[in-house]
Ligand binder design. Structure first.
Ligand code: NAD
Length: 344
């Protein structure tokens, strides 16, 4: 079949990537979606079993850091668009081993930029390089204000520094070579298929198994949470309607102190698991704070809301309940992960 567009999605076997791949494969049968992923500990093809037989979907295992491999892929396929999500994404791992983050997040992104630039060779009509980034590049807020698209970068962890660097390279390739790019910076995501090293799935799993809930410091850190399917919808909208060479912040205007979020999860799960009120809260244990732990992130998402008409489809309570129900239903998914040699 002759497809209208050939789109490369990197990191499509990961948490957010799998939702983006699913949305694009289902919504655009006339696009061919190529999912390129290294399948690190965070990548899992079980996240995409429902798409395996789709004619407009293909998977390719490979490493963005491997320049020869990327060159070969770009010789084999002509891409109209690239949606780049592949990354090392966990702050704690970046503190233990920053080099993996520098390799994948910086070198991997630059390899991809070079390949796009070579392939498109100044013929940029209909082409787009969409880079997915994080609000963590802006650093930490105190109790007031929001990150806007013009907030200066001030990354504080090796993870956010590597993402900030990749954002700068994407903008530099636009400025220097005219590459057509779009960037988005999103707040913390939650939802199905998130690897249980991140707060929400880790704590759901620990509550199910009555294991301790390790809270950094006093649990005072504040994060702005967005349901992953709302992020995927925003990515679709920005890819198709966003202004080229522009940036959009994505977030839910949904700030939660970690300790309040954890208590909310404990309450919902006590009810769902038929436990007495307050039982799961007793699992909370306070542990030494993360080095350089940013106090507060909060995104001002008014630009994407006003200009593109995007808004989250669920409230936090609805999204969290859907998420908890999914993990309770999918113990098989958790169990498969415990086979992984490298769980956090
Ligand atoms: P994830 O860790 O769940 O998935 C990352 C995927 O990238 C995995 O499938 C992994 O196998 C793949 N990958 C890693 N290194 C690779 C390499 N060298 N070559 C090819 N593939 C490689 O991450 P996520 O949470 O889904 O995040 C996706 C993107 O969104 C990242 O760029 C992240 O910075 C950004 N982001 C995440 C959040 C969040 O809350 N999770 C928020 C904002 C932005």
């Amino acid at each position: 079949m002759n497809y209208k567009k050939q789109i490369l999605i990197t990191g499509g076997a990961g948490f957010i990537g799998s939702h983006v791949v699913r949305l694009f494969v289902n919504k655009y049968p006339d696009y061919h979606i190529l999912n390129l992923d290294k399948l690190t500990y965070a990548g899992n093809l079980k996240n995409l079993v429902d798409l395996e037989d789709r004619p407009n979907y293909s998977f390719l295992k490979g490493d963005l850091v491997d320049q020869n491999f990327i060159t070969e892929i770009f010789q084999q396929y002509q891409f109209d668009g690239i949606i780049h999500l592949a990354a090392e994404s966990h702050v704690d791992r970046s503190i233990k081993n920053p080099m993996d983050f520098i390799q994948t997040n910086i070198i991997g992104t630059v390899n991809l930029l070079n390949a796009a630039r070579n392939q498109w060779d100044q013929d940029f009509e209909g082409k787009k390089f969409y880079h997915i980034s994080t609000d963590e590049v802006f650093g930490s807020l105190d109790s007031g204000g929001f990150f806007t698209e013009t907030t200066s970068y001030d990354p504080q962890s090796p993870y956010s520094a590597s993402k900030a660097s990749s954002d700068h390279f994407v903008r530099a390739y636009q400025n220097t070579y005219g590459l057509p790019v779009i960037l988005t910076n999103c707040s913390n995501n939650y939802g199905p298929y998130q690897f249980p090293e991140k707060l929400i799935p880790l704590f759901i799993n620990n509550i199910i198994h009555k294991k301790p809930l390790p809270v950094y410091g006093k649990g005072e850190n504040i994060r702005d949470w967005l349901f992953v399917i709302d992020h995927a919808e925003a990515i679709d909208l920005v890819y198709h309607k966003g202004m080229l060479n522009d940036t959009y912040n994505i977030g839910g205007f949904n700030e939660w102190k970690n300790i309040d979020l954890i208590k909310l999860m404990c309450g919902i799960m006590d009810q769902k698991l038929g436990r007495s009120k307050g039982e799961s809260e007793q699992l909370i244990t306070y542990v030494k704070d993360r080095a350089g732990h940013d106090l507060r992130y909060a995104i001002d998402a008014s630009k994407i809301m006003k200009e593109l008409g995007w808004k989250p489809s669920v409230t936090f309570e609805q999204g969290l309940e859907k998420t908890i129900d999914w993990y309770l239903d999918r113990q098989d998914w958790f169990d498969d992960l415990s086979m992984n040699p490298n769980p956090c």
